[in-house]
Design a protein around this ligand. Structure first.
Ligand code: NDP
Length: 323
């Protein structure tokens, strides 16, 4: 089968298309014929060795993918060959066939295309946990969504609106802001807009925003603190700038702010939180109010370009690779 292999850390061009044996599912695993792979910022960071966890080499990237179940390992029940599923926590998605623990499979609405199914798990579970599980967002509250046209950003706007919240969306271009408005953002601001701190505070009635989903980091982190309302909650989800942020705890005291980290990988181990998120998401998706935003789609042979475009901020929605 064709697969992408990374043998050394570096920029996306270190990814090579190779011929590999079709993998055999072990106990508790299933094999999928991969139809679509969702590419996350984290995938690009892992290839360059800048992710939260160490990248073990050699490996085939792709942690979020959708496809048709093609073989079952020993002891697997409740899944059928021929069923379309998504996997969150499988491995080696950038290949014609990939393995996933049966426990990591996520049922997808029959109305979803393979690309929509692959675009869903990471962004929507993360957005839900940011807005609700950790963010404790309430109806009519304001939330600030950064990188609003990206995969997580579009998911966050959709979920926030479906939960009855008001959204201030920030992104780097007018075109991206238009997408945010199309998805229901109430106020949109360019990431480099002059007086943006005051404008965000004004949007939320002059008092600042009570909830911020922080994904840019670096020097922008201080701006997030300045945009927050008294008793505001800042959920740290990403550091797309890859720059260092400085946090002076006394800043938090002055306005009773809370800063909470969110990492989906470790949060998935909280069975109750995951079940609650899955239930809420399946209700919203079944109602057709929440539909994953599929972004640019690339063939497997152009995986390096897909990763580079994501890093270069050229993409909106979820970047998809189709083996
Ligand atoms: P996106 O599709 O949102 O793409 C990344 C976006 O980040 C870009 O489009 C760009 O939007 C924005 N960005 C801001 N500053 C920079 C910069 N200096 N370089 C590159 N991009 C920048 O990707 P994802 O949805 O996969 O991820 C969004 C963020 O959320 C990332 O930081 C990611 O690590 C994080 N994340 C964290 C998770 C967790 O479990 N903690 C899970 C999922 C995502 P713009 O041009 O509008 O600024």
């Amino acid at each position: 089968m064709k697969a992408i292999v990374v043998e050394r850390l570096g920029p996306p061009e270190v990814m090579e298309l190779r011929e590999l044996p079709i993998p055999q599912p072990g106990p508790g695993e299933v094999r999928l014929r991969v139809e679509a792979v969702g590419i996350n910022f984290a995938d690009a960071l892992a290839v360059s060795g800048e992710y939260l966890t160490r990248t073990k080499l050699p490996y085939t990237p792709g942690m979020e993918f959708a496809g048709v179940v093609d073989a079952l390992g020993e002891g697997v029940s409740g899944v059928e060959v021929g069923q379309r599923v998504a996997s969150l926590g499988g491995r080696g998605g950038l290949a014609e066939y990939a393995l996933s623990p049966a426990a990591a499979l996520i049922p997808v609405p029959g109305s979803f295309s393979a690309a929509q199914a692959a675009a869903f798990p990471v962004s929507y579970f993360t957005a839900y946990h940011g807005l609700k599980t950790l963010g404790r967002g309430r109806e009519d509250e304001w939330v600030l969504v950064q990188a609003a046209a990206g995969a997580l950003g579009t998911a966050s706007i959709q979920l926030a609106k479906a939960m009855g919240m008001n959204v201030v969306a920030m992104a780097s271009t007018e075109e991206k802001l238009q997408l945010a408005r199309d998805l229901g953002a109430d106020v949109t601001l360019l990431q480099d807009e002059p007086d943006r701190v005051q404008k965000v505070r004004d949007a939320a009635g002059g008092k600042g925003v009570p909830l911020i989903l922080e994904v840019v980091g670096g020097p922008r982190f201080q701006e997030s603190l300045d945009m927050a309302a008294n008793q505001g909650r800042i959920i740290v989800i990403g550091n797309a700038s890859r720059e260092q942020a400085n946090l002076r705890p006394v800043e938090l005291m002055k306005r009773n702010l809370t800063v909470t980290g969110l990492w989906l990988t470790s949060l998935m181990m909280d069975g109750e939180a995951t079940r609650e998120a899955a239930q809420a998401l399946s209700t919203l998706m079944a109602g057709g109010r929440v539909v994953p935003q599929v972004g640019p789609t690339y063939p497997l042979a152009q995986s390096a370009r897909a990763f580079q475009d994501l890093l270069d901020r050229k993409t909106t929605g979820k970047v998809i690779i189709e083996p």
